[in-house]
Design a binder for this molecule. Sequence first.
Ligand code: NAP
Length: 279
Amino acid sequence: MYQIIDGKKIAQEIKEELRETAAELKARGKTFVLAVIQVGNDPASTVYVNNKKKACAYVGIESLSYELPQEATEEELLKLVRQLNEDSGVDGILVQLPLPEQIDEDKVLLAISPEKDVDGFHPENVGNLSIGRPGFVSCTPAGVIQLLKRSGIEIEGKECVVLGRSNIVGKPMAMLLLRENGTVTVCHSKTRHLKEITKRADILVVAVGKPRFVDASYVKEGAVVIDVGIHRNAENKLCGDVDFDSVAPHASAITPVPGGVGPMTVAMLMSNCVKKSLQ
Ligand code: NAP
């Protein structure tokens, strides 16, 4: 029988802990102010932004909203980011992705002060992660580590395979598993004999961005399977990058979609904010 890793429950536990810490910090006069920028009104982005603001309110982090129209220029957004970088009343800056096509995402992420980069996307924070220095860590992969740890799954010495090498999930995921002393292999679209590699995994993290891509034929008997993917199918129902029904009977533990990795991203964003105010 496989264990279902309950991301909703673990994310709630983390938010409770952070709420307590934030209250203690507040009593000592330390607060955290997060500026949340949304450009345009993409419905999915609005849902994510609202979830983040709700989590802030719950944990005890002040959030400030900045909304720019869909047709906003890159310069307008960069100007706002620079202004918030300079504002000593703002501790963290989050720009909700994706941005409209007239805006260069990399340019914007690079403009955020590394000190306020709560998403951990700035090259300085990415570099800190890769050489083991403290800094903001990308929230989704950090959430995966917490899911494993809080489910009693040991990473040290395990064969860990990450399917996907994006800058926001796959690469930082590999770095974090390495930091936890896993033996890490990263696969991507040019990987040969993919199934042979994924079948070696004791811990398989799937961030391939393709609905139900991974079925039982990719998974070793008894593996832990973490599904980072989020998609809406034709019936508007959420599904992941893993075909849950096919894989679960062969796994020792698996994350569902929804209710697995998804809720952890916001919890780890809150964690990044609270940890920063502890410094
Ligand atoms: P992405 O930027 O599209 O990256 C996908 C990765 O998968 C790339 O490295 C790509 O390889 C690789 N890939 C694509 N097709 C492949 C194939 N046939 N065989 C092997 N590798 C293949 O996606 P992402 O931003 O990392 O996101 C991955 C998934 O996680 C998406 O479903 C996304 O919606 C979800 N997500 C969820 C959260 C959350 O909070 N739960 C957060 C972020 C993302 P190449 O590099 O060679 O192109």
